[in-house]
Each structure stands twice: as structure tokens, then as C-alpha cells.
Design a protein around this ligand. Structure first.
Ligand code: LLP
Length: 439
């Protein structure tokens, strides 16, 4: 196999099996079945530390908030808390999980373009660290509930800076025509600052912007910083607005397939730091704390999915389909975004690839294809396919289409594996169903 695909602790062992976290993937499959999501804990920690350390080395006040939408479960919240990261949650469910995982409440940031009143009240009850306010409706609700409790609530305003990062169009959030945030160009953001500053129950710490996903260069971040700080300079004069926090969101890219060339974490972070220093100096602003929200780049390439291969369909002169025992239920990204992945036969990792297979999921839908035209050795019954870089937006976007139960999540580290999310059972699938009334 192409060894450049192996990240963190992944390697091919003496049995010619793919190994991760010191554990043989064939053993993992024997123990936990397939499909199964497997995470290299070492690699998650390395990434989390790389983000934190880059700020620390530069002596910059910062918060690195793990964007938990990328992969949320009790154990990952506990791991991120251990690593001293903050966390970004976007729903009552993520908030609940973080709180029940024991996340320090002051390190929780609450995002979302339509936080419900009950979600807002829950978050106020938990006394979380910060709300990232998305719109005027939320500003009103928050102000109302904070006043009722005589609480002072720390907020950032999510601003849409009109910067389009180079990314797949479905996952861009930085353009003007976006459902997220207060628009910078049409004056909404300025108005929101005015409203927030006028409230004695809101403590406006600063601004937030998120320009997109799977970003491979730094230009978009630089443009966003420049636009935001230009406005902040105006508002400092007109509204005495004091920017204490500048949150630049997430979106740092990872490698899914060979052609992907993300920058090292330190390069994204150092470029952001340099630009904030340059621009604040130029505009004579105090240096704000820099907050960021990496999701994919912390957990994405630390995760793999193991499947058992099953049926093959040959379409003469067209292609060979090889089906696996999962698909768009555990990884909807290829169907939704035409996302590309690559993989190997984990039980024969270094065997020569002599064939080309297109990897099909088992859902009743032609679009349920995981990988097109993957070079592999000739198939044998019950081969194990390992798909790389499935750690972000795989489990978190998993679903029960065709009533397929969701796979378990297993963490591996130093030769030890443990389940952090159990496999869903058929009984789980019907546990919320209720029968028709009798008679
Ligand atoms: N902060 C905000 C405000 C966000 O909206 C997002 C992602 C992040 C941080 C984390 O971005 P990351 O570092 O993970 O790229 N389901 C899509 C990705 C949607 C991302 C939405 N927001 C996918 O599977 O690619």
C-alpha cells in the first residue's frame, strides 16, 4: 500500500495487517465486528496539542475550542477536557452530552443559527462560558432571559464577513448569502454591536467568523481578519467598542486522498497570529485574545472505518462493484458532498493492487457509493476494507436509513482498545417505536 496514507500510529505489521494505536485491525474486527469506527487517541491528542502549543509558544492569549459537531460523544468531550481545550456545541444535545461528560462549564461555547428558547435557558442554567449569538432574535431572547435572572452573559457576535474560502460550495458559510450570522457589509453587524453594548445583561467580548471547511490555504483567514478589524476600528470610534476576543472559527483542512495537501496546524495558526498582530498594530487596536474552533482537523484523520467486504458485481467493460456492510448510513459524505476517500484491505495491507473496485454501500440507493475506482488486490471472501480519514462528520452524521444500526466507536491507544460508543442493536432501533392503539 501507499504508506503516505498512514498517519499517527498507523502502520502495516508483520502479519501484513493494518495496525492502529498498537492494535491489529483484524483483531479489532474479531472483537468488535464490522462496520466499526476506530480512533487513534494518540493522534487526536497530538493535534489538540499542536493547536494549543502554537499559541503558547508565541505567548498569545487564546482558546482552542474543539468543534464537537465533527464527532461528539462522552469520551471525546472527556478527552478534549483533559487536553485543556474549550468546546463548541451547536445544539441542546451536544450541550447535554458535554455537560454530562463533565466538561468545565466555563469552557463551553454555544453556537447555532436557531437556538431554541429552551436550549438558551438550559445553557444559562449550566452557566456556560459564552454564547456565540447568530441573529437579532437570539439577541432579544438572551437579553430577556439574562435580565429575568439578573445574570450577565458573555457573548460573541457571529459575523458573516463576505469571504468565500476555497471549498466545496455546499459547505461554505462565509459568503454574504448565508443563513449564518450578522452581515458585515450591509450594516447588520454594526447594529448588533450597538444592541449588545446597550444591554447591561450582555457582556460583548468580541466577534466570531467562520469562513468555510476543508481549507488548504490561509488567504481566506487573512481577508476575514482584515475586514473584521477594519470595521472594529470604526466601531471603536463610533461606539467605544472594545474587541477583547476575535474568534476565527474552524475549517482547517485534512488529507482524505493523496492529492489533498493541507498545511501543518502551526502554519495556519502562526499566519493567523501574524495577521492579527499586523492589523491591530496598523489600526492601533489592543491585541485581542484569538479563539479558534477546529473540528475536522483534530479528529478527521485520526479515525478509520473498518468494513467487511461482501458481494461483487462485475459490469463488463465498465466497472466492478465491491460492496461493504456499511455505506451512507455510517458515512454520508460521499453521497452528500461527493467527498473522496481512499482505503486498503486491512487484512492484506501490502498485497499488490491488481484490480480496480468501486466500493458500494448496502443501502437501497444507487448514490450509496463510498469510493470510486479504488485499486485493490483481487478480492477474497470476507476481506476487511479500512477507509481512512473518517473521523470527522462520519459518526456524527450517521443515520438509520434502511433501519441499519449505527456502528460502535472504539478508541485505541498504546495497544489497548476500548468501546466508547456501543453498537446500536435492532432492539435499540425499535426502542422508541410505539404500536398502533388496540382495537
Ligand atoms: N465553527 C463553526 C462555526 C462551524 O460552523 C464549523 C463547521 C466549525 C467551527 C468546524 O469546522 P471544521 O474545522 O470541522 O471544518 N458536515 C460537513 C462539514 C460542515 C461544517 C459545518 N461547520 C462535512 O462533512 O464536511
Amino acid at each position: 500500500m501507499n504508506n503516505t496514507l498512514l498517519t499517527g500510529t498507523m502502520k502495516v505489521n508483520e502479519q501484513n495487517h493494518l495496525e492502529i494505536g498498537g492494535v491489529d485491525t483484524v483483531t479489532l474486527v474479531e472483537k468488535h465486528g464490522t462496520p466499526v469506527y476506530v480512533y487513534d487517541v494518540f493522534q487526536i491528542k497530538e493535534k489538540a496539542r499542536a493547536f494549543k502549543n502554537t499559541f503558547a509558544v508565541r505567548g498569545i492569549k487564546a482558546q482552542v475550542a474543539y468543534a464537537s459537531k465533527a464527532f461528539a460523544c462522552t469520551a471525546i468531550y472527556q478527552l478534549m477536557a483533559q487536553e485543556g481545550l474549550s468546546v463548541d456545541v451547536v445544539s441542546g444535545g451536544e450541550l447535554y452530552t458535554a455537560i454530562h461528560a463533565g466538561y468545565p462549564k466555563e469552557k463551553i461555547h454555544f453556537h447555532g443559527n436557531n437556538k431554541t428558547e429552551s436550549e438558551i435557558v438550559d445553557a444559562l442554567n449550566y452557566e456556560i462560558g459564552c454564547f456565540v449569538v447568530d441573529n437579532f432574535n437570539e439577541l432579544d431572547l438572551l437579553q430577556h432571559h439574562a435580565a429575568e435572572r439578573n445574570q450577565k452573559v458573555a457573548i460573541l457576535l457571529r459575523v458573516t464577513p463576505g469571504v468565500e474560502a476555497h471549498t466545496h460550495e455546499y459547505i461554505s458559510t462565509g459568503q454574504e448569502d448565508s443563513k449564518f450570522g450578522f452581515d458585515l457589509l450591509n450594516g447588520q453587524a454594526e447594529k448588533a454591536v450597538e444592541v449588545a453594548l446597550a444591554s447591561s445583561h450582555l457582556d460583548l467580548l468580541g466577534l466570531h467568523s467562520h469562513i468555510g471547511s476543508q481549507i488548504f490555504e490561509t488567504q481566506g483567514f487573512l481577508m476575514a481578519i482584515d475586514k473584521l478589524l477594519t470595521e472594529v476600528t470604526k466601531w471603536q470610534k463610533t461606539q467605544s467598542f472594545d474587541l477583547k476576543v476575535l474568534n476565527l472559527g474552524g475549517g482547517f483542512g485534512i488529507r482524505y486522498v493523496e492529492g489533498d495537501q493541507p498545511l501543518p496546524v502551526s502554519e495556519y495558526v502562526n499566519t493567523i497570529i501574524d495577521e492579527v498582530i499586523t492589523q491591530t498594530t496598523k489600526f492601533n487596536l489592543a491585541m485581542p485574545e484569538i479563539w479558534i474552533e477546529p473540528g475536522r482537523s483534530i479528529v478527521g484523520d485520526a479515525g478509520i472505518t473498518l468494513y467487511q467486504t461482501g458481494s461483487e458485481k462485475q459490469v463488463p467493460d465498465v466497472r466492478n462493484y465491491l460492496a461493504i456492510d456499511g455505506g451512507m448510513t455510517d458515512n454520508i459524505r460521499p453521497a452528500l458532498y461527493e467527498a473522496e476517500y481512499t482505503g486498503v484491505l486491512a487484512n492484506r495491507a501490502n498485497d499488490i493492487a491488481t484490480e480496480t473496485y468501486s466500493i458500494a454501500g448496502k443501502c437501497c440507493e444507487s448514490g450509496d457509493m463510498l469510493i470510486w475506482d479504488l485499486p485493490l488486490p483481487k478480492r477474497e471472501q470476507n476481506d476487511i476494507l479500512a477507509v481512512f480519514s473518517t473521523g470527522a462528520y462520519g459518526y456524527s452524521m450517521a443515520n438509520n436509513y434502511n433501519r441499519i444500526p449505527r456502528p460502535p466507536v472504539v478508541f485505541v491507544e498504546n495497544g489497548i482498545d476500548y468501546v466508547v460508543v456501543e453498537r446500536e442493536s435492532y432492539a435499540d432501533l425499535i426502542s422508541l417505536d410505539r404500536s398502533l392503539p388496540q382495537g
